[in-house]
Design a protein around this ligand. Sequence first.
Ligand code: PEP
Ligand code: MG
Length: 582
Amino acid sequence: MTTLKKSLLLKGIPASGGFAFGEARIIFKWVQSIEEHLIPESQVDNEIEKLDNAVDETLVELEKWRKSAGQKIGGPVAKIFDSQMMIASDREFLKRVKEEIKSDRKNAAYVYSRLIEETVSPLRVSPDPYMRQMVYDIEAVSQRIINHLAGLGEHQEAVFPPDCVFVAKEFTPGEVLSLYERKAAAIVTTGGSAVTHMALIARSLLIPAVVGVEQAHLKIRSGDRVVVDGDEGIVRVNLPAEEWSELRRRKVKLTGRHIERLQKLPQFPPRTADNKEIELAANIDLPGPIDDILASKKIGVGLYRTEFLYLQNGKFPSEDQQFEVYDRVAARYHPQAVVIRTFDLGSDKYFSDDRQLRESNPALGWRGIRAALDMPKIFRDQLRAILRASKRGNIRILLPMIADIAELRKAMSLLRRSMVDLRKEKMAFDQEIKVGVMIEVPSAAVAAEALAERVSFFSIGSNDLTQYTLAADRDNERLAKIFNPLHPAVLRLIKLSIDAARSHNIPIAVCGEMSGDPLNIPLLVGMGINQLSMSPSRLFNACQIVSKMRCDDAVRLADEVLRMKNLKEVEGRLLEYNMSLQ
Ligand code: PEP
Ligand code: MG
């Protein structure tokens, strides 16, 4: 007798974009409860030796992952494992564990886990999300040590078929690397957030991931058929048989690992059905293995979110460290342009130190350019590093969260001073470097004329522009119906910005999520957007729409849509046009 499996629709946090499906594999990897027992005096040394061995084995694993991350993603990500190795070998902590094994004559696993719990429990309730990130790192390391103490070793040695969707309470960064090697289709976790190291690595490896899915590891069972939408943060479990067969039939189109899909992209720029070139570019958070593929297809970077350099370590990298990273990215993509956005920290991208005061409205608080201008030394280090990496002429600077011309003036003054210093120091840089602003605060769109006079390009951050225009938190699931960049009010602000850019003859891009949605692409092109920059996982579908649409139709479509007064009408019309292309 066959039992019908319950279909579920689970919502979580989008952590790594892309769409994938496969059979679920639940990973219950950690020792769930640790028994406490008294050990005879004669066993004490033995227990301490077991602890040392478990630490050594963990260090060997972490070293292996560090190397693998270095090869696949690059130096900055490999540093995550450096800090995990420091946690694993923390001498003071291990000394305390050993002393307690001796004094209490308790088993090593129990003493170790008790002291870890004592360390992390105050951090778990810390208001600072980076303290909570620290908890993930400590737990990732300590669980491995405890597993070795329990003689479980690495769960990853198990054999899995390719294209599984891996589900767990948490995955560590190292485990994500192992899952990548096992050709994971996607990752779903109960815990986590979009800025954990695990999420960063999943994004760098293009593995779709949804995190923070309530009780995912208990609600989903191994063997369930799971569809993961990493852009929307949606996980569908046990699709009806017909839908599942349809997905399998279209498998070649939809899956294949994302890197392979990127390799199948046409040479850029793609052309519309009426033979017009459309400029598509990639958004990158951390340089990674996909850079070579993107560069080989002549795809440039429309938005490089440099704040992830800070977020991955909770520390600002020095000027030289930044120079190394920016220079590598610029060299890889040359002659394609790389738009480097200066640090956009604050709000949902927290400072891990006490710079960020508790704010009741963080999205309206000390973030982006406001924070950068208040930390001139840090900002100057970044500007100097970007300038030094600009000598090939393909770097552009993008300033985030500009709400007022005074902010632009101050940032430009810092930039000019950095240029003067570099000239004195006889350092080469692009003397004509182009500087643009993000249009993501409504005041910037309204004052776009004045901004356009002073910059070389605009880039619309539709995520924040939508959030601020509609007063709807971009991360609040309950407001998902309200948060929509196609709202006529948002479209009007985009139109104002395009008009201002046109009248001053500067290019204008969209780099928020809306530009990667095939439904929106004809509209944005028709409105006069010059470049659409999106998460790499969306480039494939974007190219397909571009090849089917016509520019003359898109212009008519945009005229029509801009006259519409409500969102439903806009969505309906765009959907209708999209269907006509299928
Ligand atoms: C945006 O706001 O649309 C944008 C691209 O910036 P971020 O998503 O990094 O805030
Ligand atoms: Mg933004």
